[in-house]
Design a protein around this ligand. Structure first.
Ligand code: FES
Length: 135
């Protein structure tokens, strides 16, 4: 696993160990968003469950920094194959967040490190991956 680099989009994200409630209840092909802080210091991330793994990214499209979800907790395209931005329709690979179609091709979503503990899923340390196996 490659370590996740901390970017500007993560500067207000909560510290390692912060719980992500009900993450293990996210069904396959579904997502859940989590908000932290308020106002200019607000940070929103989301988890997507796909094929037995959870992927975590900052909810921030690299095109014009809009939120990605096109309905609450809806981040995948109709075919459930890619993350889709609800603003202009960019498509992103789940595995690495790379945009493969739309106005920001080649740019990437910001990964969020996560960790599976005895009490559930938490924000991970910067040396941990943005993907964990859950099934
Ligand atoms: S804001 Fe996401 S594609 Fe334009």
């Amino acid at each position: 696993m490659e370590p996740v680099l901390i970017s500007l989009q993560m500067r207000f994200c909560p510290p390692a160990g912060t719980p992500l409630p009900d993450a293990l209840s996210i069904k396959s092909d579904c997502s859940k968003s989590y908000s932290f802080g308020a106002g200019a210091q607000r940070c929103e991330i989301f988890l997507t469950h796909k094929d037995g793994a959870l992927y975590a990214y900052v909810n921030d499209c690299p095109h014009i920094h809009s939120p990605l979800d096109w309905q609450p907790d809806r981040f995948l395209n109709r075919e459930n194959t890619h993350i889709k931005c609800g603003t202009h329709g960019a498509l992103f690979e789940l595995a690495d967040g790379r945009c493969i179609e739309g106005p920001c091709v080649g740019r990437k979503l910001t990964p969020v490190p996560i960790s599976l503990t005895a009490t559930g899923v938490v924000i991970g340390t910067e040396t941990e991956d943005h993907r964990i196996i859950v099934a």
